[in-house]
Ligand binder design. Structure first.
Ligand code: R5P
Length: 293
């Protein structure tokens, strides 16, 4: 392979796993901030005629966008053959329409901007809701991989009598995907979002699943309010403690600690964003897709 892998500091652990699977050495770059918070990027590995890959999960996207652009422009100037971004978590897909007059449609603006600087993109379980595919917002080849079978395998190996719970309409694609792989029953709830941190979840009808272990599945855990409100309903319905599974562990501020205060058995996430709850490894999934490019 004529590929070379760079990584953002927060993604070192995942980058090492991917590089090992691809039998590649990791390349060296410095990403840091000047005291005034401007960005500094330095490429320390020869990239001439190489297919350059940058692994950078997009939690805190605003802090990473400029470093990615500076990186891409610099490696291109140094003779890179192509530049691909592996963003296991891809940000700016939830604001995918104008909900109120005058709002920016972030998904399109962000996708258009990134597409100018990179040649391809790989991500995992991107939040596609009103957009049918990434090609509606990215003009470059953009591959959206899925963790449904990895999550299903984890549940099969770790949970006694599971029933999947999807907290809202948007979680349907993840819940039904996992349910199909592992042949597990599921319940989908309704969510009304009143604000960034205020959500209302419908009361689940769980009478026939009383002996099951509720496994809450969602793509993103951010403020964790969606999980917390759902866990409270399940608890009030007399269910066993809940297992909370999220693909992307964003966990803003104290949200992880807040979730741990609820009646839950455990929190499980994929390592698309590094977090103590990472139990499902996506490195093989990513390495396989990189090999096809
Ligand atoms: C949105 O519909 C997503 O699928 C998640 O449900 C949402 O992002 C979770 O956000 P939070 O953790 O802030 O409730």
């Amino acid at each position: 392979m004529n590929h070379i892998i760079f990584y953002f500091p927060q993604d070192e652990k995942l980058a090492k796993k991917i590089a090992k699977k691809l039998n590649l050495d990791l390349a060296d770059a410095i990403f840091r901030r000047f005291p005034d918070e401007e960005t500094y990027v330095q490429i320390n590995t020869n990239v001439e005629n190489k297919n350059v890959i940058l692994i950078c999960s997009l939690k805190h996207p605003d802090m990473k966008l400029l470093p990615i652009i500076f990186f891409a422009e610099t490696v291109r100037a140094l003779g890179a053959k192509s530049i691909g971004l592996v963003a296991p978590y891809l940000a700016y897909l939830r604001q995918d329409t104008q909900f109120k007059p005058g709002e920016a449609v972030n998904s399109k603006i962000f996708g258009t901007l990134l597409s100018r600087y990179i040649d391809w993109l790989i991500t995992i379980d991107s939040h596609l809701h009103r957009h049918a595919s990434l090609s509606e917002v990215y003009s470059i080849p953009a591959y959206n991989l899925h963790t449904a079978n990895l999550i299903a395998t984890w549940i099969e190996g770790n949970v006694d009598q599971p029933v999947l719970i999807g907290p809202d309409e948007e979680s349907k694609q993840w819940v039904t995907g996992v349910a199909k792989h592992a042949n597990i029953p599921y319940i989908l709830l309704q969510k009304i979002r009143h604000g960034d941190r205020e959500v209302e979840i419908s009361v689940p009808q769980v009478a026939k699943y009383k002996k099951c272990t509720p496994v809450l599945v969602d793509d993103i855990i951010s403020t964790a309010r969606t999980m917390i409100e759902t866990v409270r309903h399940l608890n009030n319905s007399g269910m066993r403690p809940t297992i909370c599974i999220g693909v992307h562990a964003i966990f803003v501020n104290s949200s992880y600690q807040d979730l741990l205060k609820e009646n839950i058995e455990q929190v499980v996430t994929c390592n698309t964003i590094q977090h103590p709850t990472n139990k499902i490894d996506v490195s093989e999934l990513l390495a396989e897709q990189i090999m096809k490019i």
